[in-house]
Design a protein around this ligand. Sequence first.
Ligand code: 5RP
Length: 235
Amino acid sequence: MNQDQLKQLVGVAAKDEVLKLPAGQVLGVGTGSTANCFIDALAPYKAHFSGAVSSSNATTERLLKHGFKVLDPNEVSVLPVYVDGADEIDPAGHMIKGGGGALTREKIIASMAQQFICICDATKQVPVLGHFALPVEIIPLARGVVTRELERLGGKVSLRATKSIRADLDQTPSEPFVSDNGGWILDVAGLQISHPLALESQINQIAGVITVGLFAKEKADVLLVSNESGISRIV
Ligand code: 5RP
């Protein structure tokens, strides 16, 4: 099976998992290619839910296209489950997220949810987080100061770029990637994250940081992971 097939497999498994909830609940829905597989698998069963809260503009668009009712998080007081992918997950359920740039809204929805179900293929499981560069969403004017602070922590920092609008011209510099919230993203390579909770709190305290894509406080409660032999459910 290739990685796309593994993502589809776990998307279907997550659909089966959330259909165990009583009917009429609100569902939290994540962002990325694995979350997209989940949304597509769940679409025929959308009537089971009273609505969804979404972690990005891209996910909102996909949910609406399938006919889900998308709710403003401010209208929702009880969120039993949030389903989302991850870029890396360690054995304790701590994650690096934000490869798709949606980390801030993902963390907000995760913090609202009673249970975080992480869905991924086995390539995302690591003994220690940090091989995948850690995304940090920032206020653009704080780029310099936040970069220096992150370098002090031992990271190699780069500003995430999007494809230039003039991709036809070799000399055109690329544009900074801009998040749904108007933030920029610094990707921090070279960290060995042995104490995720402490590092999350330390980076959160740097002035100018909107969100760090380290999900230690909001770690996964359940992990559905796909591999060649099927699905494992890890609690
Ligand atoms: C987006 C995320 C995604 O969950 C993460 O990047 C995994 O994406 P994919 O399922 O496409 O591998 O955090 O901000």
